[in-house]
Design a protein around this ligand. Structure first.
Ligand SMILES: [Zn+2]
Length: 151
């Protein structure tokens, strides 16, 4: 083997070694890219899941704030009323004398009042009788109301 052939063979071997090294690096690079894509896919799935949970939490927060606002309003409003016996054994809530202003006289259903709901009793009459009643449009309680001082 002459020197030129030896040098040429060595150069070829070095080039082949570089190519093998590049192939190996490309395979590692490709494997790293695949692993990175898998990781990004997992992260994006988690992100979508978290966004859904966040949207649900925001919705529930809004609903709770609305309920809290109504409860606070009711807590203030209910203090304006006091229980009265509007007929023997029939109780309802009426405006306290100090709270009567421009509002027309009305009664709140005691049952609904206890449930934290403001339900204004509506006047009526028992069918077939000349007995005046008040009924609750919410819980459907009906009771006679020959209120004291009135007929
Ligand atoms: Zn009621």
């Amino acid at each position: 083997m002459d020197v030129m052939a030896l040098l040429s063979g060595t150069a070829t071997s070095i080039e082949l070694l570089k190519t093998v090294k590049e192939i190996k690096e490309n395979q590692e690079y490709n494997a790293a890219v695949v692993a990175l894509n898998d990781s990004l896919y997992s992260v994006s799935k988690e992100l979508i899941s978290l966004q859904s949970l966040y949207a649900q939490a925001l919705k529930e927060k809004g609903e709770l704030e609305e309920r809290l606002g109504k409860m606070e309003h009711w807590e203030a409003d209910k203090e304006r009323y006091e229980m009265q016996e509007i007929f023997t054994g029939a109780f309802a809530y009426a405006l306290k004398p100090s709270m009567k202003g421009e509002e027309p006289e009305h009664y709140l259903c005691a049952n609904c009042y206890t449930d934290g709901k403001k339900s204004i009793l509506q006047p009526g009459q028992l069918k077939g009788y000349k007995i005046r009643t008040h009924s609750c449009p919410r819980c459907k309680n009906v009771f006679p109301t020959m209120s004291r001082g009135r007929n």
